[in-house]
Write a protein that binds this ligand. Structure first.
Ligand SMILES: *Cc1c(COP(=O)(O)O)cnc(C)c1O
Length: 386
């Protein structure tokens, strides 16, 4: 089955009522026929739902779809993207292990590396997205995980997944990729050698800004470790959110196609605007890693970054002048969302730290939505011209 068909036809069993659409299984636990059924279920001699912290028909359906879409063997669903990131590391690492990570990772992931993991004597070394030749020099005897996101947030840089896959293989590291910005529709890191793929389902997978969710998929033995850790520590996704997100996946392909079509048009418009210094969009030939993006992505995604002339003040004025686009911290919504990292999400970074992750004072990040594209462009244009 092709992607769109899997997204729609991967489904959990129906009840005696023969629902066409998947029912919502709002139940914390499940009953057993008798003592032997219960014993065999707990002994994992039978595949049976026991308790919704372990599994539930709705989370199983959601996970099965992501597993199929990413070409993985197994997966587990989490309450949030960060629960997926944290639990993956916590399940697989021991005290004294070492991580090599891209410097351009999601803010809370960076905080895990710098503030929390050192408590357990787990240290992280960073490489910059434009200095991948330094990765091998960072690897130590105790390095266990190679970690990256691509495209990156907020500067929309692209890392070569094939290259990362080769380095991980050569040094016997686990390659873990946060594939949130690309979605399983645009990019499948497992094809390039990733062992595990993580998504914040809060973003384009939900796509409508309603629920939080996360998922990790990959090799069965690794997912087994993550599952056992999670079934005891409790970061599970709620059945309701799984039901919403599984429904969302049915339309992922058409939504993401349209997001990308709109984003490319906005990027092309911005490229010729006199108030704009530069535009970064993976499928514009001017993007520094355009060839890599073409190699590993189906389309360019929905995030467009550009630098407005005039720095911090121009960035703030631009945000204040928008009439349709929202100022919000989310991304991947039907609504176009604009942020100014230098004055908001990344304001606490030093100038050097901002440079390391490609954030200039005038950088604007747009998560292009599904509004009629000329309305988005006109709104951005009038705000740039004020
Ligand atoms: C949002 C995001 C996360 C965290 O996801 P939550 O669902 O908000 O916990 C992790 N990685 C990336 C790349 C994200 O954009």
């Amino acid at each position: 089955m092709k992607f769109e068909t899997q997204a729609i036809r991967t489904q959990t069993e129906r009840t005696q009522f023969s629902e066409h659409s998947t029912p919502l299984y709002l139940t914390s636990s499940f009953v057993f026929d008798n003592a032997e059924d219960m014993r065999a279920s707990f002994a994992e001699e039978k595949e049976k739902n026991l308790y919704s912290r372990f599994s539930n028909p709705n989370t199983t359906e959601f996970v099965s779809k992501i597993v199929a879409m990413e070409g993985a063997e197994a997966g587990y669903a989490f309450a949030t993207g960060m629960a997926a990131v944290f639990s993956t590391f916590a399940a697989l690492l021991n005290a004294g292990d070492h991580i090599v990570s891209s410097r351009s990772v999601f803010g809370s992931t960076h905080t895990l590396f710098t503030k929390y993991f050192p408590k357990w004597n787990i240290e992280t070394s960073y490489f910059k997205v434009n200095e991948v030749d330094t990765i091998e020099k960072l690897i130590q005897p105790n390095t266990k995980i190679l970690y990256a996101e691509t495209p990156t947030n907020p500067a929309v840089d692209i890392l070569d997944l094939e290259l990362l896959g080769n380095i991980a293989k050569k040094h016997n590291l686990l390659l873990v990729i946060d594939n949130c910005f690309a979605t399983p529709y645009l990019q499948n890191p497992i094809k390039f050698g990733a062992d595990l793929v993580i998504h914040s389902a809060t973003k384009l997978i939900d796509g409508q800004g309603r629920v939080l969710g996360g998922v990790a998929v990959g090799k069965s033995d690794l997912i087994r470790e993550i599952y056992l850790f999670s079934r005891n520590t409790g970061p599970a996704m709620s059945p309701f959110n799984a039901w919403v997100l599984s429904k969302s996946l049915e339309t992922l392909a058409v939504r993401v196609e349209k997001h990308c079509e709109n984003a490319l048009k906005v990027a092309k418009f911005l490229e010729n605007h006199p108030k704009v210094n530069f535009v970064k969009y993976p499928f514009l030939p001017s993007h520094p890693q355009y060839e890599t993006a073409k190699k590993q992505m189906r389309l360019g995604g929905n995030i467009v970054a550009f630098e407005i002339k005039g720095g911090i003040d121009a960035g703030r004025n631009f945000l204040d002048s928008l009439k349709i686009c929202s100022l919000s911290a989310n991304l991947g919504d039907t609504r176009t969302i604009v942020t100014h990292p230098a004055s908001t999400t990344h304001s606490k970074l030093s100038i050097e730290e901002k440079q390391e992750v490609g954030i200039t004072n005038g950088l604007i990040r747009c998560s292009i939505g599904l509004e009629f594209v000329d309305d988005i462009i006109n709104d951005i244009n009038q705000a740039l011209n004020i």
